[in-house]
Every structure is written in C-alpha cells, then in structure tokens.
Design a protein. Sequence first.
Length: 499
Amino acid sequence: MTYRNPVLDADWSDPDVIRVGDDFYLTASSFGRAPGLPLLHSRDLVNWTLIGHALERLEPASEFRTPRHDCGVWAPSLRHHDDRFWIFWGDPDQGIFQINAPDVRGPWTRPHLVKEGKGLIDPCPLWDDESGEAYLVHAWAKSRSGIKNRLTGHRMHSDGTSLLDEGKVIVDGDRIPGWFTLEGPKLYRHDGWFWIFAPAGSVETGWQGAFRSRGFFGPYEEKIVLEQKDTDVNGPHQGGWVRTPSGEDWFLHLQQRGAYGRVVHLQPMYWGADGWPVLGDDGAPVAVHDKPDLPPQPAAAPATDDDFPGGRFGRQWSWTANPQDGWATHHSGDGLRLSCVRSADAHDLRKLPNVLTQRLPGTPAAVEVDLTLHGEEPGARAGLAVLGDAFSWIGLQRGADGTVHLVHRFAEAVAEKERDADHPRLAPEARARLRIEIGAGARCRFFHDVGEGFKPSGPVFAATPWRWVGALLGLFALAPTGPGHAGAASFETFRITPL
C-alpha cells in the first residue's frame, strides 16, 4: 500500500509530531486565531483527524481582541515528558510560552511565559534521559529583534517553567557558507549526539538541515538532508522526526503553496552509514511512497463539513481573534446562528474579529452553505467569504427600505475597503444558498441560488494568503455601528465537495 503527498492538504503550518504508545499527535501554528494550537491524531502517519485545540484563547487577551493575522502562535513544538504533553511556542512580540496537560485532550494549563523578549520564536525543549538535564533551543525573528539566522540554546529547569542561564548562540548561520534564514529548530538526542533539525533558505525556496554535536552547546556540524532537487516540491522543510514502534523513522514537514498555505508532507527517513539522517529519496521529497509499517487504518482527514447541531460549530472552525460572548447562539435545532455584530469596520472583513474561519482546501472543491438573514437593521449583512490579504464574499444585506439584496463584494490587498464585485440584486426572500468553486491556483468563482438554481456572480477572484497564513474560508454576520441589537443570521448545511 502506498500514500501520496501531501498527507495534509491544507494550511497546517510548521508541523511538529510525536508518538505516544501507538498514537501519533501533531500540532501546528495558529497565529492570531482562536482557539489555537490544533491537535491532530493518527495511527499511521497518513490519515489524520482533528481532535481539538490546546489553546482556548490567546494571552494577554487584550492584545488579541482584534485580528493580528501574522502574530500570536508561531511554530510550536510538541513533546511528551513525565506523563504529560507539552507545547512550547514563540510569540514574536512577547516571548516563549509553554502549556502542558496530562492528556492530549486536556485540560491544558494556561500559557506560562518561559522567556520574555522580542523576536524569540520557534522554541523546542529537550529532556535528556541520559544526563537528566533539560534544554531549550530557539530561533530569532529579525523583524522584532534585529537578529536572524541564529539558534540560541539554554539549560532549562526540569519543570519547564524557567531557564537556568542567559543563553548562548549554538549555531550561527552567518558562519555557514550559503545559509540564511535559519529557524524552526527541533531538538533530539540520538546515538550519543545532540541533534537539531532546522530549516533554512526561507519558506518558499529553502531546505531542511540537520546539525549534530556531542555537547548541547556545540560545536555543531551541519548537513542539508532534504531539498527540492528536480521535484516540484518547493522549499521542503520545517517539521519533526518521529519513530514508529517497529523502529521506522519518518519526517513530517511543510511546503509553501501560496494561497493554500503550508501543506504537510511525509518523508521516509533512515540513518546512513555516516551517521547522518537520509530523508525522502536520497534527500529529495517523495510524491508517492510505501506506507509506514503500521496497522492499516481507514481513510481519514480533518473534518470540513458542518451541520452545526444545536448551534455549535465543529473543531475545524476558529475565530479571527479571541471570541466574545454573544457572537454565536446555542439553540435546540441545527444551524449556526451568528449575531450581526456592530462594527465601524463593516467595510473590511480583514479587521473583524467575529469571522468564523476554516482552512482553504488544497485541491479543487466547491464550498456551499445555506444562509438566512434575520436582522431587520438597515445595513445588516451576512455571507460566505474567502479571506486573505485580499478578500471576496457573497451574501445577503438588508437595504434602507427593508428589502434584502444579494450582494457580492471584494477588496484588493492594497484597498482600505470593499466594493461591489457584481451589481446587487433584489432577493425575493432573506434566504440564499451560496457557493464558491475553488479551482486550480485558488481561483474562485462565486454563485448564488435564491430559488432558481445557481447563478454565477462577478469575475474570477484569485485567493491570496496573509503574510504567513493561507487564505481562509469564513462565515460572518455584521452591521454598521448604532444602538441596540442588530439581529442575526443563520447558516445551515456547510459542505465542501471535491471538483
């Protein structure tokens, strides 16, 4: 039996993976969305399901009341030590945080700041069973610190709460010919060596490096162990090494795919005669490969569809900032009921915290949802969006005279507010089925059905990513500023089907 890459064909950015018993767990960057730190589970490293999130809200909460799309949770590391699960991550504006839990499904502790500072990113801990010591390595974001291309190491308190020294640069990428943007380190112990798996060369064009030293603080030797070569997998790097119960080694890593974000590939791995790891097909990414020697599992992927039972939304959804009470209402039936939140930024979805999002599918697909606009307030609106540095949405809006219009709007990346992508048209009732067809290159076509079958709307819209995040699908309800409650909108039968 074989598998085909990517094994996670959506934006599961900066993945890290561990095995506990017969189970594999993966987490990924979530940046400014809440809940954050997604938790995925697999039994075969190929079929993955989303089982929850480790971070309910970003802290400090006041900093994430509004969207900060390229901030928040960067490049987490997932570990299991002392019968607990641990996640360390860097917030480039605050420092290095950790949370931990006795079970992967929680309860997780609140974020604890391990090292305060600007530009501290991509941390990874190691509890060394051979010496009993604990260590931490991290990278640097030049945008906040003025430093990049270096890895700094610390001795760490065994309880993971604090560091025991001021830190030392243990790998300086400026001293390695041809290397730049060294980041994303993952720290391991193997065969008497300290190993750091770390990418360099930038996300779209880089490679995966491995470093080894007999002592944690160095000196380290380096080697490129995975690069594009003559494949179509650009920039294959940044991920984690995991070993199966039978002793097979595998490496999960990202590939940057524009609006689709950073998808996840699985590479075979073995240790060469020279003691260095060999990834993929002699250092090149594989497209198809024999599955890991693990018990067969049914096909699975993170959920996308949702009927919103009881008004609750599935794990695949996150808000664009910390949520507030009253945005979504629980009830006895099916369907998602979103309040039309009043905002002075109603003209720009990129600024709204109350957009409920999930990842853009990595292959051509059709997205559909039923929308009913209940709000009677003039200007109240709701819709289905493709949200990135540029955005476009289709939905319903209440006019000043109380009528409902089918509207389709967009904004370019440089635009400060949206404008019409098609002429508004009168809707016979406050209900519509909305559809977006996502084709090759994340080119999106919009459709609406108000009782006469689907009709196309506007020109093709090419989805765009954020700075570090792939484009998102979004559901929203909003209204202009004013007094009182502005009503609500209901969404039903959300579906994503392959094209």
